[in-house]
Ligand binder design. Structure first.
Ligand SMILES: [Ca+2]
Length: 255
């Protein structure tokens, strides 16, 4: 082999080595890229029942009223054969103190206080110890509100037929109750006899006692309740039970 050929041979070897190196680098990159790309692969969602009784499934921040049961899901994507460790931190008003920490892919939490809460999800691969991006959903629990009406008309026309918190006959009412976490209502007649009691704010009295309609007249309501914001409600008032209003006659003795 002459000198020139030796040089060419050397260069060829270098070239091949170089290609091998490049190939190796690309192979390593090829292995790393999925790991790097997977650093975005949790997309937590929240599922809850809203004020209109619809089931909402969202990945956005939201406002609702207490008591509120929420199911949070991590929704890991494209994780292949990796094992993922999840960590949920629920904190109030961005304080660093955790109300709870949970270690599961899907977790439930009941919000009973007003305010804004951060629900933080951290996730990592346990096999490679690669951290996945953390994500936050902010949940705002509204201030409480509770009003009791002065009258109702249990005559079967589907208008104000139930005596209960404002909003019980009209879910779209602007004075609809909000964030009531404890409720106890009692109905008495004028002799102080208890005719009805209820503990679900979304329910009420239909104007009957022992299965029979009571007479038109004045009754009394007593309500003790507590809001998610700590507000306590003590409401006593007269309740006018009126049966006169019907759709047919259109006469209004109630409103
Ligand atoms: Ca009515």
């Amino acid at each position: 082999m002459n000198y020139e050929l030796q040089i060419i041979s050397y260069l060829c070897t270098e070239f091949v080595e170089d290609m091998r190196l490049r190939h190796s680098l690309l192979s390593i990159l090829g292995l790393l890229l999925p790991l790097m790309a997977s650093a975005q692969k949790v997309n937590p969602s929240a599922t809850y029942i809203d004020d209109d009784n619809n089931t909402v499934d969202t990945t956005e921040d939201f406002t609702a009223q207490a008591p509120l049961d929420v199911t949070f899901r991590a929704n890991p994507e494209d994780i292949g054969d990796h094992t993922v460790a999840f960590e949920w931190h629920i904190r109030k008003n961005d304080t660093a103190k955790d109300l709870v920490v949970r270690y599961e892919e899907e977790t439930q939490y009941r919000f009973v206080e007003s305010g804004t809460f951060s629900v933080i999800l951290k996730a990592r691969y346990t096999d490679t110890d690669v951290e996945l991006d953390s994500a936050v959903i902010k949940v705002t629990i509204s201030e409480s509100r509770l009003e009791m009406p002065n009258a109702f008309s249990p005559n079967g026309d589907k208008i104000n037929d139930i005596y209960g918190a404002k909003g019980v006959n009209d879910p779209n009412s602007s004075s609809h109750w909000r964030s009531i976490v404890e409720f106890h209502g009692y109905i008495f007649n004028r002799w102080g006899q208890k005719l009805f009691e209820w503990t679900d704010v979304s329910k009420g009295w239909d104007g009957t006692f022992n299965g029979s309609p009571v007479k038109q007249g004045v009754y009394y309501v007593l309500v003790r309740a507590k809001g998610a914001d700590g507000r306590e409600y003590n409401i006593r008032k007269d309740v006018n039970l009126l049966r006169g209003y019907t759709k047919e006659t259109g006469t209004s003795e109630t409103e």
